[in-house]
Design a protein around this ligand. Structure first.
Ligand SMILES: Nc1ncnc2c1ncn2[C@@H]1O[C@H](COP(=O)(O)OP(=O)(O)OP(=O)(O)O)[C@@H](O)[C@H]1O
Length: 356
């Protein structure tokens, strides 16, 4: 199966609109134009279109911005300072670096609603990337239903905390060669995670910044379903460079996904691909049977201009693998569903390979 590079580009809507008085707006546009001259070598696009610059503000004669980058992209900070030093009105540029130490590429796996197979996709995609030779971490940030530990056979494991020069850090667990951290590992088994407001925000922020991942090529973040506070906090707090959105073929799923895509665009993070799960069932004669209807994923692609990268069939072994902690990708790498995960991993590697 051939791997193709993902069309990694933010639409105009995704580039944040300007606000403020006319001088500030003009200056902001001037800054944006200069920043557009800076390209990321791997993704072959400018740092504005890639959503790496967020919270750009001009206050008096000072420029403030947040730079969301991978651990291998620190030179971008110097490039920004150099390019903005040509502005005669600017006294100084303050850049807040937003990285996860050791992590090169951070991707979010999201869904418009629950139960569509988001965690299943995150787990199997992590396994496919790992089998392709990447160092992979999986952060289960699904505060409402953290299933990743069970899906990887880590249900009753305890998380260790270590002291580091930068303070205390969680040590990720390891399963099948994948480093794993989950909110579920911090909660009592079978108890609902009823975190709200500031507590939720604090826990999520801790999760993103206080895990000792070591060196990773990819960190996949399994987001909670939907578009609430928790999702927005995670996306805003982390250097997510793209979102993988999981959906199902039913037409009713479309409005949920639409909401998600607009939420990500509002916070300035591109949706790089849509995966349709439970697309069809393979009959005894090898024929494809559409159980939940068809065409939902394709409609979204046309409407939202995001590529549909994979269609994962319904496979009872996926379900079983999730229950016993053995992802299908590892149990039966030749199954049709596993091949789709391999194909998606290939496309991600083709896109981010320069960063590996
Ligand atoms: N392609 C598939 N074939 C068969 N079963 C599947 C498939 N994808 C997911 N499942 C099963 O569907 C159930 C829901 O999947 P999963 O937990 O991954 O969904 P989710 O979107 O992460 O849910 P939530 O985040 O709301 O808890 C699981 O039992 C899983 O094993």
């Amino acid at each position: 199966m051939s791997s193709h590079q993902l069309p990694f580009q933010r639409s105009d809507e995704e580039v944040q609109a300007s606000s403020g008085d006319s001088l500030t707006i003009a200056r902001k546009q001037e800054v944006v134009q200069l920043l557009k001259q800076i390209s990321d070598r791997t993704l072959k696009n400018d740092i504005i279109s890639l959503g790496m610059v967020r919270n750009l503000r001009i206050v008096d004669d000072y420029i403030y911005l947040r730079l969301y980058i991978g651990s291998h992209q620190h030179q971008l900070e110097t490039e920004i300072q150099t390019v903005l030093s040509s502005l005669t009105w600017s006294k100084k540029t303050y850049i807040q670096l937003c990285t996860i130490p050791g992590v090169r590429t951070t991707l979010a796996v999201s869904s418009g609603k629950g139960g569509v197979g988001k965690s299943t996709t995150a787990v199997n995609l992590a396994a496919a990337l790992q089998l392709a030779g990447a160092k992979v971490g999986l952060l289960d940030a699904d505060v409402y239903g953290p299933n990743v530990p069970q899906m990887l056979g880590l249900g009753k494991s305890e998380v260790k905390v270590i002291d580091t020069p930068k303070g205390q850090r969680f040590v990720p667990l390891e399963a099948h060669g994948i480093k794993v951290m989950s909110v579920g590992l911090l909660a009592e088994a079978d108890h609902p995670l009823a975190w709200r407001g500031p507590v939720l925000h604090k826990i999520i922020t801790q999760f993103i910044h206080e895990v000792e991942w070591g060196e990773l090529d990819y960190l996949l973040i399994d987001l909670p379903p939907g578009t609430g506070d928790a999702q927005i906090t995670i996306v805003q707090e982390s250097p997510i460079c793209g979102v993988i959105l999981v959906t199902t073929p039913q037409n009713v799923a479309i409005s949920d996904v639409r909401r998600s895509v607009y939420m990500f665009r509002q916070v300035g993070v591109p949706v790089i691909e849509i995966i349709e799960n439970m697309s069809y069932f393979i009959g005894n004669g090898g024929e494809k049977i559409s159980i939940f209807g068809s065409g939902g994923g394709q409609k979204l692609v046309e409407e939202l201009k995001a590529p549909l990268l994979g269609q994962i069939p319904i496979d009872p072994l996926i379900c079983n693998g999730g229950d016993v902690g053995e992802p299908l990708m590892l149990v039966d790498p030749n199954s049709k569903a596993s091949q789709v995960f391999v194909q998606i991993a290939g496309a991600l590697n083709a896109t981010f390979s320069g960063s590996m």
